[in-house]
Design a protein around this ligand. Structure first.
Ligand SMILES: Cc1cc2nc3c(=O)[nH]c(=O)nc-3n(C[C@H](O)[C@H](O)[C@H](O)COP(=O)(O)O)c2cc1C
Length: 205
């Protein structure tokens, strides 16, 4: 399934024969484009004729209901599912998600044509400084070597590459994937029922 971060991207994926696309806002963990989920999804939904899976900043049933309201056919959760029992990343990585607040992440590497969102640690700060001081892409590639291994596998949360999204500030536990899916769907149904009630009473008055 192609992952897209803008309307042009999505149109190209549709023309190339994709049956479904994911569209991910820049709140997301990992590689990002420039649009946030809220403006991105309805524009992509209106532009293409295939189902759109919304990602970026979704970690609970409120996010699922919002994505459906924007016209998405489903959701893609990255940061939420990375902080589960089943995720094979180092426990220190998952612990950083649990401890994160709303401002814990930053987009890094845009100057090197490799923008990604992750935890603002010493590694990320050095990268941001390199962007400001005119480092080359070769410098970046050299600096980045083995940083994912250090972060995700070895659990070095200061010098390793620790990717997660802005929604980490909402995540406070490490459940199983099954628990995440079940409570996300249950909460989305509650939200939609509540909104349905609001709509029904508005149409009666
Ligand atoms: C640690 C991490 C690694 C990721 N790796 C990939 C990847 O290899 N390919 C990809 O298409 N998306 C990747 N993503 C993005 C997710 O598939 C998803 O689009 C994104 O995490 C959704 O936003 P969220 O993190 O706010 O839930 C990654 C995300 C994270 C957090």
């Amino acid at each position: 399934m192609p992952v897209t971060s803008g309307v042009n991207h999505a149109l190209r994926a549709g023309k190339a024969g994709a049956d479904v696309i994911a569209s991910t806002g820049m709140e997301a963990g990992g590689h990002v484009g420039e649009l946030a989920t809220l403006p991105l999804i309805p524009q992509v939904v209106d532009a293409v004729k295939i189902p759109v899976i919304a990602g970026g900043g979704i970690a609970d049933g409120r996010g699922l209901a919002a994505a459906l309201a924007l016209g998405a056919g489903g959701i893609q959760m990255g940061t939420r599912l990375a902080c589960t029992v089943e995720c094979g990343a180092h426990i220190n990585y998952k612990q950083k998600i649990v401890e994160a607040n709303d401002r814990a992440t930053v987009v890094m590497g845009r100057a090197f044509n490799d923008a990604s969102r992750g935890y603002l640690n010493s590694y990320a700060q050095t990268l941001l400084d390199m962007e400001k001081t005119g480092a080359t892409r070769e410098d970046y590639i050299k600096f980045n070597a083995n940083r994912s291994q250090r972060g995700f596998v070895e659990g070095d949360t200061e010098q390793g590459r620790i990717l997660f999204g802005q929604i980490a500030g909402l995540i406070r536990d490490m459940p199983t994937c099954q628990e995440v899916i079940e409570r996300t769907v249950t909460e989305a149904l509650e939200v939609m029922a509540r909104l349905g009630g609001v709509a029904a009473s508005a149409s009666r008055s």
